[in-house]
Design a protein around this ligand. Structure first.
Ligand code: ZN
Length: 594
């Protein structure tokens, strides 16, 4: 198969335009079709990337070839003899990890936003030339990607890169610009840390020192004997900005976005919450190298990039990854047990706050991710459960149940390892197949010997709250609600700022009973002006059950309502192993391995 050639250049950084030239050596003699994905794997929402293709022309042998658009993401070129070349411009102004961005400071793209696939040649190898933008301002720009360089191209240099096929091409995002760079090895495999964006006094050395044990703990979890990583090289690519958070997993890299303030400063000691959140994000995306990039649901193998790909298993791919991301921070010594318990307590409180958990199972939430979890609105807490947070508690419930039933001889680690051995290890070595939806339960049983039928029914397919306190008890860990808060609640979420607007009204809450809706702007509480910044302070003067008068703008019309305040919301659950003794202590220590 002849390779498909792509050439991409940041043509007009000021206009945020990449120009792409695509050459097919042997186009379909009846007329070649091209298409752009409608979604990017890892982010389960139809995003219609083709809407950012601004202009597109085709030519062959010096002659223009007619191109017709046949649906929102597909182009049909007329029949031609000999190589066919497309030239098109892509508008890139999305500073997220999911699409493409270009300005005079930084460039970033995912293949799903910029590279059309050549229908019928998706399996062909790809050559990608990444060209430097013109102008002195870009003289010291470099390239960061996990794509292997072609002969003659230096690492981090502009030039030619290679991908085995289209699937690989779109699974290696590329960063361009001036970036800070550090390297470390995890069990002999090189890892790059790339930070784009201005971060004064960034402590890169600290970053590599903290990431290394996280990576090694994960490699050792999946390959305890060989300590073999599933890639030859890995790149952590971070865009640091004033405010933002997110990450997207890829087979040998991750694209991350974080607050500048979350990154460690030279001389900083200890672990503040921002940096811990960042390391948790790195840990999460890195874990995906195994769980979802290689161990995949059957419906992702291969991905269908033309429409939604349905699976009920995101609780396993996102939820279990969310369980392990923080647990690995603990196991690798980056956080201590109390910090871990604090994170767990916060997750538990978060899950228990939304009544959507009583209406939707994590399997249903996975299936509907495309239209619900990824398209959140004012009703989401009342209608949707997160397969991330509840999914991580489902993982905890499985881990504790397996350990208790097997006297701590087996654990969730054994499930992950069997998934890895059976589906993940050889995924990119010609034997790849995804796990079918109905194979999961049997695999859990095979890996552990535990009877997990009831847990599957309750935790995965049911909506009742998980009996976490009961499950934690044999491990010497107590769980209780932190009921120390006395500030009563309206039963609604508000947006901070000068205006105090309601964003969500919880089912059955005081706010709902008083007829308040999302979008209403609170003006006064018992005659005192309310802002996004002072609502809590005002409410703290009252007790649950007190009656108050609220003035609100409802679609810009003032109304006054009477409201009986709800009890304080539980924002934290407290976990403690202080009372652990004997076997319970031993089991707890084995679970937490800290
Ligand atoms: Zn994830």
């Amino acid at each position: 198969m002849k390779p498909v050639h792509y050439s991409i250049v940041p043509k007009h950084p000021a206009a945020h335009l990449f120009e792409v030239t695509l050459t097919v050596a042997e186009p379909d003699p009846l007329g070649q079709r091209f298409s752009l994905p409608v979604w990017i794997p890892g982010s389960y929402m139809v995003r219609e990337f083709a809407r950012h293709i601004v202009t597109l022309t085709a030519h062959s042998g010096g002659r223009r070839v007619a191109v017709e658009k046949i649906d929102k993401q597909t182009w049909q070129a007329a029949a031609c003899k000999g190589p066919l070349t497309l030239v098109y411009e892509v508008y890139a102004w999305d500073l997220s990890v999911r699409a493409a961005h270009l300005d005079d400071e930084v460039g970033f793209f995912n293949g799903t936003s910029v590279f059309l696939s050549v229908e019928g040649q998706e399996g062909s190898p790809c050559e990608i030339e990444i060209r430097k933008p013109e102008g002195a301002a870009f003289r010291d720009w470099r390239v960061a990607t996990a794509l292997p360089e072609a002969r003659g191209t230096k690492r981090y240099g502009f030039g030619k890169y290679l991908a085995a096929d289209y699937d690989a091409l779109i699974d290696h995002p590329v960063s361009l610009g001036r970036f800070a760079l550090a390297r470390f090895e995890a069990f002999g495999v090189p890892h790059d840390v790339v930070i784009c964006g201005t971060v004064p006094k960034l402590d890169l050395e600290r970053l590599t020192r903290d990431l290394k044990p996280i990576c090694e703990a994960q490699i050792a979890l999946f390959e305890p004997r060989t300590k073999r990583a599933p890639f030859e090289r890995y790149v952590f690519m971070t865009m640091a900005i004033t405010d933002g958070y997110g990450g997207l997993e890829h087979r040998a890299s991750t694209a991350l976005i974080c607050k500048r303030a979350d990154l460690p400063v030279v001389g900083q000691e200890g672990l503040n919450e921002g940096y811990q959140t960042y390391l948790g994000l790195c840990s999460h995306e890195y874990f995906h190298s195994w769980n979802v990039k290689r161990i995949k649901p059957a419906s992702f193998a291969p991905y269908d990039l033309t429409s939604e790909n349905y699976t009920e298993l995101l609780w396993l791919f996102e939820g279990f990854t969310s369980y392990y991301d923080d647990l690995i921070l603990l196991r690798s010594g980056v956080i201590d047990r109390n910090t871990y318990f604090g994170l767990l307590g916060k997750t538990i409180a978060g899950v228990l706050r939304g009544s959507g958990r009583l209406k939707q199972s994590v399997a249903e939430s996975s299936f509907d991710a495309w239209i619900k979890y990824y398209r959140q609105d004012e009703n989401t807490p009342n209608a949707v459960v997160s397969y991330y947070t509840k999914g991580s508690l489902v993982a905890l419930a499985f881990d504790l149940t397996i350990r208790a039933q097997t006297q701590n001889r087996k654990s969730l680690d054994d499930v992950m390892r069997l998934l890895w051995q059976r589906y993940g290890r050889d995924f990119y070595h010609g034997k790849g197949r995804g796990i079918a939806e109905d194979e999961v339960q049997a695999l859990f049983a095979e890996a552990t010997g535990a009877d997990l039928r009831k847990l599957f029914a309750q935790a995965v397919h049911g909506t009742r709250d998980l009996p976490l306190a009961e499950l934690l008890e044999p491990f010497g860990v107590t769980l209780e609600a932190d009921a120390s808060g006395t500030t009563p609640s309206l039963g609604a979420r508000v947006r901070g700022g000068a205006d105090c607007a309601l964003t969500h009204v919880h089912d059955g809450s005081a706010a709902q009973k008083a007829g308040l809706s999302a979008g209403d702007v609170l003006v006064a509480l018992d005659g005192v002006r309310v802002t996004g910044g002072n609502l809590d302070a005002l409410l703290s003067r009252y007790r649950a059950g007190d009656r108050v008068e609220l003035h609100v703008f409802h679609r810009d019309v003032l109304r006054a309502v009477q409201l009986k305040l709800d009890p304080a919301e539980v924002t934290r659950y407290r976990l403690s192993a202080a009372e652990a003794r004997g076997t319970a202590k031993k089991w707890g220590d084995a679970w937490l391995k800290d």
